[in-house]
Design a protein around this ligand. Structure first.
Ligand code: NAX
Length: 328
């Protein structure tokens, strides 16, 4: 029997947490043969609801679930963690300025980064889902100087999956026929879903679409504003699809990408494609042996360049703001 993998989930009592935990426990995070121990981290007001979710997890009698512990202290929550899913965050309240939002989240992701630094297992891998995800991931990473920087990532897989679904619909193909789509930049309305290197059954997707107006007037805004459209329709923000994307992200990270394909993830920039080194920005990435690698050598046309630069500039502004607030 294998040693269980310790998975810490923050914001466990929230709606993404509720959609995520049952699938982790049934083997969709790491695979059908990997036992997991869940460590749920909540704020004190969230602990009771997390206990209720833990009761339901017990009631599923999942063979892979080796234990559940609940904490309201990050130092305990991240003790021995191999995987950290950082879902809980401070949402933007009415009238809240960006600086207030960033500093409220700095108060969460700074201490969590430090707790990861001091208490997590040596192989810790972190996915930040809570928004603003890229900059929250940057704050956590900078507060964990003893952990290799590339263990901190931010989620743009939901954007990636949304873009694949929209493109497949447009071309009348199944999602499995689409490869090499890319989300660049920030997980925000400035993100850039790029089809110029994507392939549909081996053919260039931009050529297959061959409709620039559809790209700029429909596809890009539909993907970038999908979160708002879901809120509008459902009366609540994306939860099951966000949880699904978090599972996809970690599964790909640990199990690798398929030959001839890549995915999108917010990873620490090495300066590729003119993205300033150290920013956590979304890139086309492959995964192998538990490491993401930025796909190199793609030609970036003018249409893409302007959009990538705009989203990266927003990340630079967020980084400068949190640096100014002393959070990194
Ligand atoms: P909910 O408000 O339902 O749940 C958040 C939970 O986090 C609450 O139970 C709260 O008590 C807990 N929490 C707050 N501060 C905490 C802390 N310091 N430590 C531990 N737990 C804490 O939000 P939900 O709908 O689950 O969304 C969670 C986050 O995901 C939000 O920030 C949201 O914006 C973000 N999203 C990110 C997406 C992405 O693609 N990167 C897409 C979906 C989602 O919008």
């Amino acid at each position: 029997t294998r040693t269980p993998v310790n998975v810490t989930v923050t914001g466990a009592a929230g709606q993404i947490g509720y959609a995520l935990l049952f699938r982790i426990a049934s083997g969709h995070l790491l695979g059908p043969d990997v036992p997991v121990k869940l460590r749920l981290l909540e704020i004190p007001q969230g602990v009771k609801a997390a206990e209720g979710t833990a009761m339901e997890l017990d009631d599923c009698a999942f063979p892979l679930l080796a234990g559940i512990d609940i904490f309201d202290d990050p130092n305990q929550g991240f003790e021995g963690a191999n995987i950290g899913l950082l879902v809980g965050a401070r949402p933007r309240g009415p009238g809240m300025e960006r600086g207030d939002l960033l500093s409220a989240n700095g108060g969460i992701f700074g201490p969590q980064g430090k707790a990861i630094n001091d208490h997590a297992a040596d192989d810790i891998r972190v996915l930040v889902v809570g928004n603003p995800a890229n900059t929250n991931a940057l704050i956590a990473q900078r507060n964990a100087p003893d952990v290799p920087a590339d263990r901190f990532t931010a989620m743009t897989r939901l954007d990636h999956n949304r873009a694949v679904a929209q493109l497949a619909k447009k071309l009348g193909v199944t999602v499995s026929e689409i490869k090499k789509l890319t989300i660049w930049g920030n997980h925000s309305a400035t993100q850039y879903p790029d089809v110029f290197h994507a392939e549909v059954n081996g053919e260039n997707a931009a050529k297959a679409v061959s409709d620039d107006a559809w790209l700029s007037d429909f596809f890009i805004p539909t993907v970038a504003k999908r979160g708002a459209a879901i809120i509008d329709a459902r009366g609540a923000s994306s939860a099951a699809s966000a949880a699904n994307a978090a599972l996809d992200h970690v599964f790909t990270w640990t199990n690798g990408t398929a030959e001839g394909d890549w995915t999108s993830a917010g990873v620490v920039s090495d300066g590729s494609y003119g993205v300033p080194e150290g920013l956590i920005s979304s890139f086309p990435v492959t995964a192998k042996d538990g490491k993401f690698e930025i796909v190199q050598g793609l030609d970036i046309n003018d249409f893409s360049r302007a959009r990538i630069d705009a989203s990266v500039n927003e990340l630079v502004e967020e980084r400068d703001a949190v640096a100014g607030l002393g959070l990194i």
